[in-house]
Design a protein around this ligand. Structure first.
Ligand code: NAD
Ligand code: ZN
Length: 365
């Protein structure tokens, strides 16, 4: 059996992340270790694509162990991260008789994790929750305690910090993940390597074939290393005051690309991949780093991710969006730029002329 664990160190809110193969059979034991016993009711929140594959695999061991459990299914897709779905889930939780000691289990990707986590954060002013991630990207969203839903006027505009009791990541679920979603998840894994761990970046280059074949042992290793990097950053900056900004590598450009194309042209991971190449080029132009964009491009391309900006977007629009980035202050451009492979810094006051040049180079093959 493949199994690795790591601890997210947040004082009395610390929790374990367990990654491996065939883990759901042991879910009751893990819950009990976290003091969620069969005396407590469980609401499993999942989506319409995940439920048919893994709903039973989660429910059966829980029911056998004597838990009172109900499954709530939301439609697959980002649109379910909404106040409407939240309200519907609250209603189901009330009707099911959930109380302060009950717990929410989030079975799915980042959408389900954010939505179910937010449900747990606000239901009766906060109940416990457990993440059962089923996308590679969710290795990222399962660490850090950010939960929430979208508003028609903006993504992630309504939310709360709420840490899970446990993350149980069964890599067997990744077998059914669409290829494009898998690649998008790798964009964030690669991001974690590029900001903090050059050896990990080399390892990802070396093992790309087996990882894309979804070898469970290697996937487990990749997820544990990615989570460990995020967990370290979060442990030092739980509420996002400074250091945590480095997790935003590739995201200043990436978010602008997503917004400029109405979130339809690229997945989040794809936009971040292009963003990391752009910010690597920018780092070279600003002088924080040398020779990083070539490796960045090669590594991302090995995972089938886009590495050039091949959409005719106006620089003006992208610049306006980048000035609105949450790191930006007083209209100043702020970027996370590489210092080398595996290390980055936050750079304020980057000149517009240089950003334009980086965008121009990002459009070249
Ligand atoms: N909280 C955080 O810190 C954080 C960090 C990053 C991203 N996010 C959020 O995560 C969301 C994106 O997450 P995502 O990429 O996991 O998207 P997702 O949850 O929508 O999953 C992607 C698609 O894959 C399907 N799917 C999931 N698991 C599957 C499986 N094992 N087999 C087959 N199909 C499966 C889903 O139904 C969905 O259609 C965004 O809303 C983003 O804002 C949050
Ligand atoms: Zn991201």
């Amino acid at each position: 059996m493949i199994m690795r664990t790591l601890e997210v160190a947040l004082g009395d809110r610390s929790y374990p992340i367990v990654v491996g193969s065939g883990l759901y059979a042991d879910l009751p034991r893990w819950l009990q270790l976290r003091h969620i016993t069969p005396a407590h009711s469980l609401l499993v929140v999942t989506d319409s694509s995940v439920a048919p594959h893994y709903g039973k695999r989660v429910l059966t061991p829980l029911e056998s162990a004597g838990y009172r459990v109900q499954m709530s299914v939301v439609p697959a897709g980002e649109a379910s991260k909404s106040l409407d779905q939240l309200s519907r889930l609250v209603e189901e939780a009330i009707r099911f008789g959930m109380d302060r000691d009950s717990a929410v289990l989030a079975l799915g990707g980042g959408v389900v994790g954010d939505l179910a986590g937010f449900l747990a954060a606000v239901y009766m002013r906060g109940i416990r929750f457990v993440q059962l991630p089923t996308t590679l990207l969710a290795h990222d969203s399962s660490v850090g305690g950010k939960t929430g839903v979208n508003h028609p006027l903006g993504k992630n505009m309504i939310g709360a910090f709420h840490q899970p009791e446990l993350v149980l990541f069964d890599v067997d679920t990744l077998a059914t993940l669409p290829e494009r979603e898998l690649a998008s998840g790798f964009a964030e894994v690669i991001k974690h390597a590029l900001i903090a761990d050059a050896d990990f970046a080399m390892w990802l280059e070396q093992h790309h074939e087996a990882l894309l074949r979804r070898d469970p042992t290697l996937l487990t290793e990749a997820i544990v290393r990615g989570c460990a990097i995020k967990a370290q950053v979060v442990a030092r900056d739980e509420r996002e005051s400074g250091l945590r900004a480095i997790l935003n590598y590739g995201h200043t450009i990436g978010h602008a690309l997503e917004a400029a194309t109405g979130y339809r042209r690229w997945t989040h991971g794809e936009a971040v991949a292009i963003g990391m190449v752009g910010e690597a080029i920018l780092g070279e132009l600003v002088g924080t780093a040398r020779d990083v964009s070539g490796f960045t491009r090669r590594l991302l391309a090995l995972y089938g991710l886009p590495v050039t900006l091949d959409e005719p977007l106006s620089d003006e629009e992208l610049l306006t969006l980048m000035r609105r980035d949450k790191k930006a202050r007083q209209g100043e451009y702020v970027f996370v730029l590489p210092k080398g492979i595996g290390t980055v810094e936050v750079k304020k006051g980057v000149e517009e002329r240089v950003i334009r040049e980086a965008l121009r180079r990002l459009k070249e093959e």
